[in-house]
Design a protein around this ligand. Structure first.
Ligand code: NAD
Ligand code: LMR
Length: 342
């Protein structure tokens, strides 16, 4: 019955919009760690963007097959494969946005900080290559623990003399995606309408959803605030436990990562109304890195949205003070690691 209701003309129209026959812009995006659990679906979603003309997929193995597979999708982005350290530099030449989901994921019982030593090494090597080959690109770091890997990346870029704090982002979009989903479910709101800023960092109590700033304006009981806050903070662990040893969030992360890429490309393309939460260099608090809503523009972060931190509830204010020592320690650990490498 479904097939009969779709006329050939309607089908053509549908396919035309799906294929994005008329690309609106032509940006180059690289994904480092593209053959992984996040990398593959993230690359698929980026391949669907009408803003992307060229998609470079890099990994230490298995990337050829991913590219052969993706390249059959009839969307305009041309996909190319790059395997192993000898092809890393070429994967980065001329790239506008670099997304980094390379690194090991958690298993049950682990904290994100347990990933530090392996992922710090991986991120350092990849950022050195970014510094040498596409220092002007927007850099999106997904590899955990991002509370530390972003400060590491900043140090590496500084050591290379190419650090632009406006273009280095820790991807915290998944926290916002989760907050929006859980709040809409709890309060019976239309998903599309809900927007909850999430500030701080991306691990445990450093993840702080500002429920009092939910749009549309929504009231919560104290119990609802407690329950939703804890669920958002533990949502990554919820997935790690459900996957029972097979890794952490990949599909929801790919969705969130693709949203952040699309927002960055819209900003690069001159859209003047692009806002996302991200973990960036910041002066909103005494901590040198902090996640907040940011306004994105052609040159990266155009403004940090300070108004979200005003008029916090007592619960949020206390939670903010409680997260600071933990976030500070993770930042300092990252900086100390990077400084020891030189
Ligand atoms: P995965 O193991 O499935 O994939 C990781 C990929 O990285 C693999 O393909 C591996 O070959 C590749 N890789 C390893 N070393 C590399 C190197 N030196 N250069 C390039 N690629 C390399 O893991 P995953 O589930 O995709 O998770 C990746 C990372 O993302 C983990 O650190 C995880 O904790 C993190 N993560 C972050 C968020 C977030 O919200 N920021 C969400 C989910 C996962
Ligand atoms: C997440 O929030 O899902 C990621 O940071 C992965 C993890 O380890 O929880």
């Amino acid at each position: 019955a479904l097939r009969q209701s779709v006329t050939p003309k309607a089908q053509k129209e549908k396919q035309r919009s799906w294929n994005h026959v008329q690309p609106q812009a032509s940006y180059k995006v690289a994904v480092l760690g593209a053959a992984g659990g996040i990398g593959q679906p993230l690359s698929l979603l980026i391949k669907m963007s009408p803003l992307v003309s060229s998609l470079h997929l890099y990994d230490i193995a298995n990337v050829k097959g991913v590219v052969a597979d993706l390249s059959h999708c009839n969307t305009p982005a041309q996909v190319s494969d790059f395997t192993g350290a000898s092809e890393l530099a070429n994967s980065l030449k001329g790239v506008d946005v670099v997304v980094i989901p390379a690194g090991i994921p958690r298993r049950p019982g682990m904290t994100r900080d347990d990933l530090f030593s392996i992922n710090a090494n991986i991120v350092t090597a990849l950022i050195e290559a970014v510094a040498d080959n596409c220092p002007d690109a927007f850099i999106h770091i997904i590899s955990n623990p991002i509370n530390s890997t972003v400060p590491i990346a900043a140090e590496v870029l500084k050591q290379k003399g190419v650090y632009d704090p406006k273009k280095l982002f820790g991807v915290t979009t998944l926290d916002v995606v989760r907050a929006n989903t859980f709040v809409a479910q709890k309060k019976n709101l239309r998903l599309i309408d809900v927007d909850v800023p999430v500030i701080g960092g991306h691990a445990g109590i450093t993840i702080l959803p500002l429920l009092s700033k939910t749009k549309p304006s929504t009231t919560f009981t104290d119990e609802e605030v407690q329950e939703l806050t804890v669920r958002i903070q533990n949502a990554g662990t919820e997935v790690v436990e459900a996957k029972a040893g097979a890794g952490s969030a990949t599909l929801s992360m790919a969705y969130a990562g693709a949203r952040f890429v699309e927002s960055s490309l819209r900003a690069l393309d001159g859209d003047a109304d692009v806002y996302e939460c991200s973990y960036v260099q910041s002066d909103l608090t005494e901590l040198p890195f902090f996640a907040s809503r940011v306004k994105l523009g052609r040159k990266g972060v155009e403004a940090l949205i300070s108004s979200d931190l005003q008029g916090l509830t007592e619960y949020e204010q206390k939670a903010l003070e409680a997260l600071k020592p933990q976030l500070k320690a993770s930042i300092e650990k990252g900086i100390a690691y990077a400084q020891k490498q030189t």
